[in-house]
Unconditional design. Structure first.
Lengths: 423, 477
C-alpha cells in the first residue's frame, strides 16, 4: 500500500517537474523526508503545493536538512529542495540590498558581494552549507549577531508559496518600509510550517576594513563572563563569545575557558580597541590580527553542534547567562554569545535515554526560571523521539499560533507536527 | 444612533473613574483627527484607562456588544491611523505612562505603551544609554504609537526601526484577552508574533506594555553640515558616501524651501543660498572619527559640495538637530496646511525621484519642500496647500498620489515609517497583489476575526481597490 502511494506520488511529481528532478533522499535528508523533489521554477512549487493539499501529502522545504532531521520524529512524504532556485535576482551595492532565491547559500551570496566589499552579516555555522531558506526558517545566527543583528533584523522582503499554491509577497526592496503587515517576521523561525520561501531580500553591510580578535584564557567560567561584561560595557565589539574548555583547544593548547572578543574598523580604531582590551583584561591572552584573526573567527563560527549526541540553544537575558550555564550542570560544554544572552550547549558523551530526558528537563527549567527559552539543536536517534525540541509558549500565545497555523496552512501539509505545541 | 448607549456607558463607569470617560461633543473635537488633517471625525466616546485590567475590561464590554474601537496614543500619526472610522469608541493610552522597570545589566526597559518616546531615553541617559528609535515627534509620540507604526527616525540608518528594538509585548486582544508575546531574551520558541504586532497599526488589538532594548551611547560623534548648489548634487553625495563603505548614523537632507523656512523660524545659520544641505552624523570610537569625518567631507566636496562645516561643539550639534527635527513645524508657517508624504525609493533612485517631485510641483502648481532620511531613501515631500480652496486640496491629494506611484515604479514603497492608515489604503493594490492582501487579511483575522480593532485601516476591502484613480474618500471641506 505504502509502495503504491509513493510510486503514485512519484508519477505525479514526474508530470510536474520531470523524472530527473525527483530523487531519493541522502542519509541526513532521509530522516526529514521520504523523497526529494527539486523544482526549478516557482510555478512548479505552486503546482506541487496544490497537489499535496489536494491529497493531504505532508511536505517540508529543506536546505541541508540538518535541523529538520533533528526536529522531525518521522519523515514527511516530500522534501522540497530549493537547490535549483539559487540565483541572485538583483544586487545594487549602492542600495546596500540584495535579492536572491532561497536556495542560494549564505556563502555564495557573500562571495558575490565580496567585490563590492559588502556582506550579509549573519553568520550561521557553515555558511557555505546554509541556504537562505534554512537561515530564515530555522533563524540561524552566529557570533556577529551582537553587532549586526540577526536575520530577523536584516530581512526586508520575502516571497513565499503559501496555501492554495499562491505566491505571496511581503515587504519590498527598500530598507525602510511599513506598508502592510510584516510577513518577513512570520517566516523567520517558522521552520517551514507556514509556507515555502522562494525569494528573500536582505539589507547588507560593508565589510569592515580590518578585524582583530582577542583570545583570552580563564581557569574559571565566572571570570571569563565577568571580563566579557566589562568589555561589552566599554567597547562596541563585533562579537563577544566564550568557549568552554573542550571546545577551546582548536584555538589554543590550554584547556581553559576562552574569551573571544572581536573588534573591527579602521586600523586606528582597531589599535585603540586592542589597547583598551589589554587595559581591561590585563596582559593575558593574545590579540590576533589579519588572517590569523579571520581563521579564529571562522573556527568560532563553525563549531559543530549538529553532530553532538545532545545539543541545545538557550536564550536568556544576557546578564544571567553565566549563572544559567552554571546551573545547567558541569557535564556541559558550551559556546556562549555573551553579549546577546544566547548559547549553544552540548553533552559531549552520549547519555542514556532517561538521562537525556532528565538533562533536557533540567536545562529547560533553568532557562524558564531565567525568563528565557531553550530549543534542541540535535539529539541522538536513541532518545530523539522522547524529547520535545521546542519550549511550549504560554497558553495565550500558543492559541494565537495555532490560529495562525490554521489560517496559513488549512490542509496541514507544511512540515506538520514538529513545531511548538505540536503545530 | 450611536452604538454607545446609556447601558454601555454605565458599564464603562464601573470600570473607569468619571474623568476617564469623555463623551461631550465639544471635548471630543480634539480627537477628531491626528496629524493627517484632511479627514476628520470624532469618536462617540473616548476612554482613558489607567491599567491593563481596565483596558481589558473595556474591550471585553465592547466585544460583548460587537462595538468597534480605535486605539490612540498621542495622535501625532501622519496617515490617519487613529481616525475614528466606523469605530464609535476611542481608547487612549495617555494615562498608562509609567516606566515599569529599567534593567541596565540587560539593557532592557519595560514600559507601559502610553510612555512618551523621549521619556525612555531621558530615564536612562545619565548612565550612558538610549532608546534608539528617534522619530522627529519624539517629544510627544508614545511607545504604543511607535510600535503600531513601526516608527523610525534620523538614526534609523544605523540602528534600524522600532521592530529591531522590541523584545516583548503585552497585548489586549479585541475580545479583552490579555496575551504576553515574546520575552526578555533575544530568541523565543514559536512564531514571531511580536514582529507581527509591531507595524500592525492597531489592527491586532491594543499594546499595553513593551520590553524595549537599550543601546549604549557611542563614545563620540561628529556632525557635519554639507551645502550643495542643488538637490541633485546632494543626492549624488549620498550615494558616494555610502559607496565609500562608511555608514553614517544619520544622513538627512533638506532642500531650499525647507532651509529657508527653518532659518526664518529658528535662525540656526543654515546657508540660505544653498539648493540643499545634508546633515551627516558619524559616531563611534573617538579614535576613528576624525579620519571618517575627513573622508566624508572629502567625498562631499568631490560630489560638488559648496561648503562642508563640522559642528564645533554639542551646542552647535543640538542646533542642527533642532532645525531638522522641527522642520515640519517651521513649514507650518509657509502655508495654512501641508500634507507630508512618506514614500521610499532605493537610495540610488533619489536623484530621479527628486526630479519627479520637482516636476509634480510645477504641474500641480503647488509648493513642495523636501526634508528627509536620505540615507534610507525615505522621502518626506511636504506639499503645501490651503484647505479653504477645494481645488488646492484636490491637487494636493493627486500630487501626493503621483509621487507615491513614481516611488513604487522605482521599486520603492508607499510608506517608510508613517504607515498606511486611511491615507494610503487606496494605493495598497499598487504594491500588493490580491493574494498578498488576502493573506494579510487572514493574518489580521488571527488577532481580530471581527475586524473591530481599528477597522478600515491598512488593508483595503476587496473590490474597493478598483477606484484607485478617482479621488478617493474626499476630504470633508
Ligand atoms: C555536509 C554538511 C556539513 C556540515 N557541517 C556542520 C558543522 O560542522 N557544524 C554545524 O553546526 N553545522 C554543520 N552543518 C549544518 C550547516 O552548517 C547549517 O547549520 C545547516 O546547513 C543549516 O541548514 P539546516 O540544516 O538547518 O536546514 P534545514 O533543516 O533544511 O532547514 C531548517 C528549517 O528551515 C526550513 N526551511 C528550509 N528552507 C526553507 C524555505 N525555502 N522556506 C521555508 N522554510 C525553509 C526547514 O523546513 C527547516 O524547518 C553541515 C551541513 C552539511 C550539509
Ligand atoms: C512633527 C512630526 C514629526 C514626525 N516624525 C516622525 C519620524 O521621524 N518618524 C516616524 O516614524 N514618524 C514620525 N511622525 C509620525 C508619528 O509621530 C509616529 O507615527 C508616532 O509613532 C505616532 O505615535 P502616537 O503616539 O502619536 O500614535 P497615534 O497617532 O496616537 O496612533 C498612531 C497609530 O497607532 C495606533 N496605536 C496607538 N497606540 C496604540 C497601542 N497602544 N496599541 C495599538 N495601537 C496603537 C493608533 O490606532 C494609530 O493607528 C511624525 C509626526 C509629526 C507630527
Amino acid at each position: 500500500m505504502a509502495a503504491t502511494t509513493s510510486s503514485n506520488l512519484a508519477n505525479r511529481l514526474n508530470s510536474i517537474v520531470g523524472a530527473d528532478r525527483v530523487r531519493a533522499p541522502t542519509d541526513t535528508e532521509a530522516r526529514a523526508a521520504d523523497a526529494i523533489v527539486e523544482p526549478a521554477s516557482i510555478e512548479e512549487i505552486c503546482e506541487i503545493v496544490r497537489m499535496c493539499e489536494a491529497d493531504r501529502i505532508a511536505l517540508a522545504p529543506i536546505g541541508a536538512a540538518r535541523s529538520l532531521a533533528g526536529i522531525r520524529r518521522s519523515p514527511v512524504a516530500l522534501g522540497i529542495s530549493m537547490a535549483r532556485l539559487a540565483r541572485i535576482v538583483a544586487y545594487e551595492p549602492d542600495d546596500m540590498t540584495i535579492v536572491a532565491e532561497s536556495g542560494i547559500t549564505v556563502g555564495k551570496l557573500n562571495a558575490a558581494m565580496a567585490g563590492a566589499r559588502q556582506r550579509l552579516p549573519v553568520d550561521p555555522c557553515g555558511p557555505g552549507m546554509t541556504t537562505l531558506g534554512s537561515l530564515i526558517g530555522a533563524a540561524h545566527s552566529g557570533p556577529l549577531r551582537l553587532s549586526e543583528g540577526a536575520s530577523r533584523d536584516l530581512l526586508i522582503g520575502v516571497r513565499f508559496v503559501g496555501h492554495g499554491g499562491n505566491l505571496v509577497h511581503g515587504g519590498g526592496r527598500v530598507v525602510k518600509n511599513v506598508a502592510g503587515y510584516d510577513l518577513m517576521k512570520l517566516m523567520g523561525g517558522a521552520f517551514g510550517t507556514l509556507g515555502i520561501v522562494t525569494e528573500a531580500t536582505f539589507k547588507v553591510r560593508p565589510i569592515p576594513s580590518d578585524y582583530s580578535i582577542a583570545v583570552v584564557p580563564y581557569a574559571r567560567a565566572a571570570d571569563a563572563f565577568a571580563a566579557a561584561c566589562i568589555l561589552n560595557d566599554a567597547l562596541p565589539l563585533s562579537n563577544l563569545d566564550i568557549l568552554s574548555p573542550a571546545l577551546a583547544p582548536r584555538f589554543n593548547s590550554t584547556s581553559q575557558f576562552l574569551l573571544l572578543a572581536g573588534v573591527s574598523g579602521s586600523p586606528l580604531e582597531i589599535g585603540c580597541q586592542a589597547g583598551r582590551i589589554r587595559d581591561l583584561v590585563g596582559a593575558r591572552g593574545e590579540i590576533l590580527s589579519a588572517d590569523g584573526a579571520l581563521r579564529s573567527y571562522e573556527l568560532l563560527r563553525d563549531v559543530d553542534f549538529h553532530s553532538a549526541p545532545l545539543a541545545a540553544q538557550i536564550a536568556v537575558p544576557p546578564a544571567s547567562l553565566a549563572q544559567v550555564l552554571e546551573a545547567c550542570g558541569n557535564d556541559i560544554e558550551f559556546r556562549a554569545h555573551a553579549g546577546s544572552g544566547v548559547a549553544q550547549i552540548i553533552l559531549a558523551d552520549e547519555p542514556l535515554a532517561e538521562v537525556a530526558a532528565k538533562t533536557v528537563a533540567r536545562w529547560r527549567e533553568v532557562a524558564r526560571s531565567a525568563r528565557g527559552s531553550l530549543r534542541l539543536i540535535a539529539a541522538a536517534p536513541a532518545f530523539r523521539d522522547s524529547l520535545e525540541f521546542f519550549d511550549t509558549p504560554n497558553d495565550g500565545a500558543l492559541a494565537l499560533m495555532r490560529r495562525l497555523k490554521a489560517a496559513f496552512d488549512p490542509a496541514g501539509i507544511f512540515n506538520p507536527g514538529c513545531f511548538v505545541g505540536g503545530i | 444612533m450611536s452604538a454607545i448607549d446609556r447601558k454601555l456607558l454605565d458599564e464603562f463607569r464601573e470600570i473607569l473613574d468619571a474623568d476617564g470617560i469623555v463623551s461631550r461633543a465639544t471635548e471630543l473635537k480634539v480627537y477628531e483627527c491626528d496629524g493627517w488633517t484632511v479627514e476628520k471625525r470624532a469618536p462617540d466616546v473616548l476612554l482613558l484607562p489607567r491599567s491593563t485590567a481596565q483596558l481589558s475590561a473595556i474591550l471585553a464590554a465592547l466585544h460583548r456588544r460587537g462595538v468597534a474601537f480605535v486605539p490612540r496614543g498621542a495622535g501625532t500619526g501622519l496617515s490617519g491611523g487613529c481616525l475614528s472610522l466606523n469605530a464609535p469608541a476611542m481608547i487612549c493610552t495617555s494615562r498608562m505612562n509609567r516606566i515599569l522597570e529599567i534593567d541596565f545589566d540587560n539593557r532592557r526597559v519595560e514600559a507601559e505603551s502610553g510612555v512618551v518616546n523621549l521619556h525612555v531615553t531621558n530615564a536612562v541617559k545619565s548612565k550612558g544609554y538610549f532608546y534608539a528609535p528617534d522619530p522627529s515627534s519624539q517629544v510627544a509620540c508614545t511607545i504604543g504609537g511607535n510600535i503600531a507604526e513601526n516608527s523610525g527616525g534620523p538614526h534609523t540608518l544605523k540602528y534600524g526601526v522600532t521592530t529591531n528594538h522590541v523584545l516583548a509585548l503585552e497585548v489586549v486582544l479585541p475580545d479583552g484577552e490579555v496575551v504576553e508575546l515574546g520575552g526578555p531574551a533575544e530568541e523565543r520558541c514559536g512564531y514571531d508574533l511580536v514582529g507581527v504586532v509591531v507595524g500592525a497599526e492597531g489592527t491586532a488589538g491594543i499594546v499595553t506594555r513593551a520590553t524595549l532594548k537599550l543601546m549604549r551611547e557611542p563614545e563620540n560623534h561628529r556632525t557635519l553640515l554639507a551645502a550643495f548648489p542643488d538637490a541633485d548634487t546632494a543626492t549624488r553625495a549620498v550615494s558616494m558616501i555610502i559607496a565609500s563603505g562608511i555608514v553614517p548614523a544619520a544622513l538627512e537632507m533638506m532642500d531650499q524651501l525647507i532651509i529657508r523656512a527653518v532659518e526664518d523660524a529658528f535662525n540656526v545659520g543654515l546657508p540660505l543660498d544653498a539648493g540643499a544641505v545634508l546633515i551627516i552624523e558619524l559616531e563611534g570610537l573617538e579614535a576613528g572619527l576624525t579620519a571618517y569625518a575627513d573622508e566624508v567631507a572629502k567625498t562631499a566636496n568631490l560630489a560638488g559640495a559648496s561648503s562642508v562645516r563640522l559642528a564645533r561643539d554639542e551646542a552647535e550639534r543640538a542646533l542642527l538637530w533642532k532645525a531638522r527635527k522641527r522642520a515640519f513645524g517651521a513649514v507650518g508657517r509657509l502655508a495654512p496646511n501641508y500634507a507630508t508624504q512618506d514614500g521610499v525609493v532605493p537610495r540610488t533612485c533619489l536623484p530621479r525621484i527628486l526630479r519627479v517631485i520637482a516636476d509634480v510641483s510645477r504641474r500641480y502648481d503647488l509648493r513642495i519642500g523636501n526634508v528627509f532620511h536620505a540615507g534610507d531613501g525615505n522621502l518626506h515631500p511636504i506639499i503645501l496647500y490651503d484647505e479653504r480652496e477645494p481645488d488646492q486640496v484636490r491637487r494636493a491629494i493627486d500630487a501626493g498620489r503621483e509621487i507615491l506611484k513614481a516611488c513604487i515604479e522605482m521599486g520603492g514603497s508607499l510608506t517608510g515609517e508613517h504607515g498606511i492608515g486611511v491615507e494610503k489604503i487606496g494605493e495598497m493594490p499598487l504594491m500588493f497583489s490580491p493574494d498578498d492582501l488576502r493573506v494579510m487579511t487572514e493574518l489580521r483575522h488571527v488577532f481580530d476575526p471581527m475586524e473591530r480593532s481599528n477597522p478600515g485601516k491598512v488593508i483595503p476591502q476587496p473590490g474597493a481597490c478598483v477606484e484607485v484613480a478617482a479621488p478617493r474618500r474626499q476630504a470633508p471641506i
